[in-house]
Design a protein around this ligand. Structure first.
Ligand SMILES: [Ca+2]
Ligand SMILES: [Ca+2]
Ligand SMILES: [Ca+2]
Ligand SMILES: [Ca+2]
Length: 345
């Protein structure tokens, strides 16, 4: 069977030319490299926000979700998040202690990240608390690095299916045991439905009680009344995550439509990068790991509730808790731009 390619959901300019149907670049914007430690004043934004604190290890997006009261390092419960991406920089000093398993589904032989995208996602989910670099949403999370995208940031859907299979099995190779992933984080997508084979594998993971989180996509046109879709985010079983800016406005690139479930910070996000480095990137790729990490922390604190559905609004399910706890933005109640709103810890 021949599959279309899937891509990271990152805004890119310059060296990598991505198909316009997947990634919409911004003319005057893109990845910004920071030489020093993370700053509140990223990208010339000198506004002081009420949620800022004085902890230099928490990037703005994480502070926003915690409202400047970070507690993602206060729990040690074992929760596994599988990151399906370009791999992870396995010996990154801000990640190494939390990477419990790494596996390659692309046939390259190594899950090490030569791109940087997967390493960036991993830092937002679970960089360690060591008073250096950044700290993740859940600083003691157990990370599974599952490489399903090649070093250029794209991959075959067959690799993605294999990656889901690895996440469902965990390192013991058996489904239904304690080491199966609790959360699968997918900062990737394509703007056409990959079909029943991919959807069936998604449904299988959902039915196992695994929380599935994916980027809503960067094809947004700045118009909340028009719909843009990306898969796997558009599937009912998957939490579709849009991207906001520091002032809680929506990013111009964030997809809108009936599938948007929540939003999270996804603009000028500082996190870990390849070769032991750090970088500042934008995209719904960067919003997604805030949600994945928050759900991991929620499971660490509250145990593993049923995943729930898109329409849940009470705390008896994980998705219901996520929705009911979100900060409503835009028009009152659920809307196609912000979904249920900005996630809150
Ligand atoms: Ca750190
Ligand atoms: Ca297992
Ligand atoms: Ca739109
Ligand atoms: Ca709303």
């Amino acid at each position: 069977m021949k599959y279309a390619r899937i891509w990271v959901v990152l805004l890119l300019l310059g060296a990598l030319v991505l198909p316009v149907f997947v990634v919409k670049s911004l003319a005057s914007d893109g990845p910004v490299a920071l030489a020093g430690p993370p700053s509140w004043l990223i990208g010339g934004d000198t506004t002081t926000y009420s949620w800022q604190d004085n902890d230099p290890e928490t990037p703005w997006g994480i502070e926003r979700v915690f409202n400047g009261n970070y507690y993602g390092d206060q729990y040690t419960t074992s929760v596994q998040v599988a990151i399906l991406d370009t791999g992870i920089d396995l010996d990154h000093p801000d990640l190494q202690a939390n990477i419990k398993w790494a596996v390659d589904a692309t046939g390259r032989g190594s899950p090490d990240d030569k791109n940087g995208h997967g390493t960036h996602v991993a830092g937002t989910i679970g960089a360690v608390r060591n008073n250096e670099g950044v700290v993740g949403m859940y600083a003691n999370v157990e990370i599974y690095a599952i490489k399903v995208l090649g070093n250029g940031g794209s991959g075959d859907w067959s690799w993605f299916i294999q990656g889901l299979e690895y996440a469902m099995q965990g390192p013991d190779g058996i489904k239904g045991t304690a080491d199966d992933a609790d959360v699968i984080s997918m900062s990737l997508g394509a703007s056409s439905d990959p079909g029943v084979d991919v959807h069936n594998k998604i449904i299988e993971a959902y039915n196992m009680g695994i929380v599935l989180v994916a980027a809503a996509g960067n094809e947004g046109d700045g118009d909340g009344t028009t719909d843009e879709y990306s898969w796997p985010a558009a599937y009912d079983e998957v939490i579709s995550v849009g991207a906001t800016q520091q002032d809680d406005t929506i990013t111009s690139f964030s997809n809108s439509g009936p599938h948007v479930e929540v939003v999270a910070p996804g603009y000028q996000i500082y996190s870990t990068y390849k070769n032991g480095g750090y970088d500042t990137l934008s995209g719904t790729s960067m919003a997604t790991p805030h949600v994945s990490g928050l759900i991991a922390l929620f499971i660490a604190i509250n145990g593993k509730l049923p995943v729930g559905t898109f329409s849940d609004t009470d705390s008896s399910t994980i998705r219901g808790w996520l929705h009911s706890n979100a900060l409503d933005l835009g028009t009152s109640g659920w809307d196609p731009v912000f979904g249920y709103g900005l996630i809150q810890a």
